[in-house]
Write a protein that binds this ligand. Structure first.
Ligand code: SAM
Length: 240
């Protein structure tokens, strides 16, 4: 399957992203460890540290996949709902939760662009980690997130971004273009899906452009906190 995402219809991008995560679901967690050299665990810890979930809060983790963010947030005693468009990713997440004895999480299949299962002003916080770049209509997703947040509620997004130091950016680009699809072929037996993941990172808007999109959806106090020179960025905003 060619991954020329600029040239395809929106519903086709959604279908291809669905195929990618259906294909990699069972190997998703091990691939994250291999490709990030275990670093994704640290980024996720830092991210949840910023979200600062509290007991009694109601928090929605979007594109929650196999549950990494939700498991970390659930330790606080917050009520966490994990949502993802892909039932295969959710199925792996449910099995992992059962093994950890985390039986109080809710798992809901939903498209981040509409969030139809969720009422207006339902959540104290909404999180999305390494998910927003896979969404076809990002402005629609940001508006839906704004809708389901309570007034005063907060939005946090963890995503790959553009590295600010040119030399480091070149090294990273070389690594991701040459090594990641090969590792995907070896470990997940799926080169094309990992080629897509690399391309989707390269095409995602930079910090300023994405911050502007968050503001356009109605959020205030929009901030971007780069980690590792901008390889990964935590974006946040408040519904006021
Ligand atoms: N948040 C998890 C983590 O950090 O490990 C999973 C991230 S995984 C790279 C991206 C997830 O986004 C996949 O589980 C995929 O199914 C989900 N996804 C893609 N498009 C989506 C959409 N429109 N609505 C909700 N989830 C979506």
């Amino acid at each position: 399957v060619p991954f020329g995402f600029e040239d395809i219809a929106p519903h086709e991008k959604t279908e291809r992203v669905g195929a990618v995560f259906r294909s990699v679901a069972r190997r998703y967690d091990i691939m994250n460890d291999v490709m990030s050299f275990g670093q994704h665990r640290l980024w996720k810890d830092l991210f949840v540290g910023r979200v600062l979930p509290r007991a009694g809060e109601s928090i929605l983790d979007l594109a929650g996949g196999t549950g990494d963010i939700a498991f970390r947030m659930a330790r606080s005693g917050a009520e966490v709902v994990v949502s993802d468009i892909n039932p295969d990713m959710l199925a792996v997440g449910r099995e992992r939760a059962a093994r950890r004895g985390l039986d109080h999480l809710r798992w809901v299949e939903a498209n981040a662009e509409t969030l139809t299962p969720f009422a207006d002003s339902a959540f104290d916080a909404v999180t999305i980690a390494f998910g927003i770049r896979n969404v076809t209509d990002i402005p629609a997703a940001l508006r839906a997130i704004h809708r389901v947040l309570k007034f005063g509620g907060r939005f946090y997004c963890l995503e790959f971004s553009q590295i600010s130091l040119p030399l480091v950016a070149d090294i990273y680009r070389g690594y991701s273009r040459r090594v990641v699809p090969g590792a995907g072929a070896l470990i997940a037996r799926d080169r094309a899906s990992y080629k897509y993941l690399v391309e989707s990172i390269e095409r995602f808007p930079d910090q300023d452009a994405f911050s502007a999109m968050i503001r356009d959806a109605g959020f205030g106090q929009v901030r971007a906190q780069p980690l590792l020179g901008g390889l990964v960025v935590i974006h946040s905003g408040w519904k006021s």
